[in-house]
Design a protein around this ligand. Structure first.
Ligand code: AP5
Length: 195
């Protein structure tokens, strides 16, 4: 199973990705998680990404594309994968399509978690409030959350126009409970290949 999950910051991508990757036995490839790991390890890539992430801006496409291309060549992706947070704008989407052609792969479903901006902000603010010391993300401040949502509306949400008539595009109402969202996804993608 190969899945692409996209939606705004706080739309539930990470939450649903954890459930779906367990269900299908596939690796969870989150560009945000990879960047945070690079930052924690103080690698050149992590240092380059840091200022963009802390401002709520997208990290430059070239950096992200190379990172995803490398990750999709790791042996654990042979059985499938779930991409969380990539592609995130039109340029990344175009390169992604080329990338897949080159490695003779395609995704089975592109899942869009649709959640209005006000709820996105509320969810991340709640996550920040509930975080214990050392667990809070440095980009979960009120100013950066607002910026991330604005960047999403400007760069990521318009990708719907590109994909809405694509047979593999699945629109999911992400405002429902976590369990209801998972059930809606499962209903759309079926239980084929379930491990
Ligand atoms: P990334 O790590 O991808 O973060 P994000 O998109 O801002 O999304 P979040 O991780 O905050 O939220 P989520 O959608 O995973 O929701 P979650 O499940 O956690 O990106 C971070 C940064 O990295 C970017 O700003 C950018 O700088 C850079 N970056 C990453 N990818 C990039 C790319 N491709 N190109 C360029 N730059 C890139 O849920 C949020 C909260 O809501 C949780 O508390 C959760 O419990 C709760 N929740 C989840 N589902 C529900 C529900 N159904 N009902 C109620 N609450 C719910």
């Amino acid at each position: 199973m190969r899945l692409v999950l996209f939606g705004g910051p706080g739309s539930g991508k990470g939450t649903q990705a954890a459930i779906l990757t367990t269900l299908f036995g596939i690796p969870h490839i989150s560009t945000g998680d990879i960047l945070r790991a690079e930052r924690a390890a103080a690698t050149p890539l992590g240092q380059q990404a840091q200022s963009y992430m802390d401002r709520g801006e997208l990290v430059p496409d070239q950096v992200i594309v190379e990172m995803v291309a490398n990750r999709l060549q790791q042996p654990d992706t042979a059985t499938g994968w779930l991409l969380d947070g990539f592609p995130r704008n039109g340029a990344q989407a175009a390169v992604f399509e080329e990338m897949l052609k080159n490695i003779h792969q395609d995704y089975d479903y592109l899942l869009f978690l649709d959640v209005p901006a006000a709820i996105l902000q509320e969810r991340i603010l709640n996550r920040a409030k509930q975080a214990t010391n050392g667990q809070q993300r440095s980009d979960d401040t009120p100013e950066t959350i607002l910026k991330r949502v604005q960047v999403y509306e400007r760069e990521t949400r318009p990708m719907i126009q590109r994909y809405m008539n694509h047979p593999k595009f699945v629109h999911i109402d992400g405002t429902r409970t976590i369990e209801e969202v998972t059930a809606a996804i499962q209903a759309r993608i079926g239980e084929v290949n379930r491990v």
